[in-house]
Ligand binder design. Sequence first.
Ligand SMILES: O=C(O)CCC(=O)C(=O)O
Ligand SMILES: [Fe+2]
Length: 306
Amino acid sequence: MSGYFLQNQTEAIKAHYEDYGYVVVKNAIPSEKIREFSQVYETFKTSKNYYFLSQDTNQIEKLEVNYQGFIEHSILNPIDLVFQNTFNQAALEIITNPVVSQLLTTLSHCQKHIIWQSMFFDKSTGTVPHQDHYYLDSDPPGNLIACWFALEDIHSDAGAFFVVPKSQKGQLIARNPHIKDFSDHEKYVEQIQTLIQEQNYNLEPMLLEKGSVLFWHPFLIHGAFPNMNPQYSRKSLTAHFLPEGYGRLGQNLPIPIASSNPDILVWKKTIIERLKASIRHLRFQAIYNFRNKQKPVKMEMRSSKY
Ligand SMILES: O=C(O)CCC(=O)C(=O)O
Ligand SMILES: [Fe+2]
């Protein structure tokens, strides 16, 4: 299969990324780190009354596992959840792995990179085709690097991540700098779909093995297929890195601080920001519990009581 390399194939990795807009590096994350993360995640799932910002709905949601034991929606910034330091650390250990920073340097020629945004997926949410540029990019654009970390072998029915190879060299659907609230998102999705049809683009599934990492360019069209079998999870992390020295397109730069890897930086949150996040969480907990108390008891066709 083309596009899959081992970490020491530096020149080939760089050449493939430049030509195709993505590259996969196998065995980049030690299985020990993934095992540690998985253990911590199992504990995280048992948290009672926990709330997180979902990337799918852009709303605060209560942590809930489905019948198969998976969380349906993706979790935004799993390195920065309130009251979940152990989980944050385990996710950060994977994202800031030294192999990742070395490969980022190979691709960008910058020594240091800042984690702008990260996500955790237990299942595939089915992500519409897009270029990350519309949502987040460097200033000047085109220098952001995104990574997709496979935390398990990805089954073809699990809703694989897909790419359109070489599409980073095709048309860029640029975002309108005057629209800051993504209110033109529906139009954007239609434009990308039209582009895919016009160019006869092929969506290529990326069936990564556990420990592999996929790097891609912010102009590359990518997304994810929907889950085809509820028995399959698609445990994965993603992170979007800004090479140091670049700005954020349309946004100010917060102050970065180093993680345990000096070549990977994270945004520094002020005490006030941390306090606000904790208060927000407690408020959601209170509102949710209050609402639940008010709800009349309905006929439960699928209650475990029967
Ligand atoms: O894994 C997915 O479903 C999509 C992730 C994605 O598009 C991203 O992280 O930019
Ligand atoms: Fe994306």
